[in-house]
Design a protein around this ligand. Sequence first.
Ligand code: EPU
Length: 335
Amino acid sequence: MINKINNCEMKQRNTFGISAKCKTLFEYDSIEDLEKIIESIDLKKDKIFNIGSGSNLLFTKDFDGIMLHSKINDIQIEERTNESVLIKVGAGMIWDDFVALTVDNALYGAENLSLIPGTVGASAVQNIGAYGVEAKDIIEKVYCIDLLTNKKIVLANKDCQFGYRDSIFKHQKNTFLIVTHVSFRLQINSELKLDYGTIRQELGDQTPSLSLVRKTIIKIRETKLPDPKKLGSAGSFFKNPIISTAHYECLKKQYENIPSYEVENGRKIPAAWLIEQCGWKGKRVSDAGVHPIQPLVLVNYGNANGKEIVELAQSIQQDVQTKFNITIEPEAIFI
Ligand code: EPU
């Protein structure tokens, strides 16, 4: 099935709920259909953007080009051993439907990533992460089509250049890879990862199980993060910045309670804390706002446009820069 929509209104297709038009949107539910679409478009003439469920996007203007939206959502078991199962999943499947399926089938690995909005394809592009786990920890292969050659390519995990909310799919130079399927290695038996944040606290004296961890993560997310169906947002709008140890030591003298995590190349500071310290938590400018519980999330109270969200983000960035000499970068992708 190919569904072509000209002059497509995108408000319902981005979780920020920003109104914008796209010149042409193609939906497809098979590789064959994607190949047909690629043959029909003129890459020299049209800008192309690959859109999932729009949960990490900010429309700042109309998009005068072609958007491709995968609805490929088949599932196949590629391999089964005594310890693990390799599952190949269509890029268009809703991420949390996939996580639910793994938990229902007693497979370990994806449970801490419960309730993250978005699609399976975006999980690889964005290397989504939460509660001590990243998609890269369970991704084994990514199946793609290169738009420039219309050829199929399979990338192994090590070739995907996964980083913090980053992958090769965000830095394409001589390719234009569209993810069609992702293969995940899930364990039949494994330890649960309970050491991040308040997971253990929430569990209390209940015996942890796969399904209980999923329920607990969902509960934590529901209390901290806005439901995009009720309040528009793109999840974390900013990435948590990494600063040098020397910079951190200097700040620690002035702000003795500054939270931080040790990482390979310095210290990661929660952007939520920096934003709160600058007095932005819960602030609202017209319909654009900073979430009152998780200030890392910018929200649309109804009719904010992309420009208003960008202006709010810039004011926050400037204040964090001035107060802490730290640059916070958006995690959301601007169109
Ligand atoms: N904090 C504050 N004030 C607040 C809220 C939080 O100072 O109002 C500080 C606290 O020190 C807290 C720390 O921020 O300990 C960390 O907060 P939290 O554990 O909620 O996570 P985060 O670092 O703010 C990251 C991801 C989230 C992910 C959570 C849980 C990024 C950009 N965000 O947020 O991912 O769900 O960890 O693992 O790395 C997303 O990417 O869209 C997303 C929601």
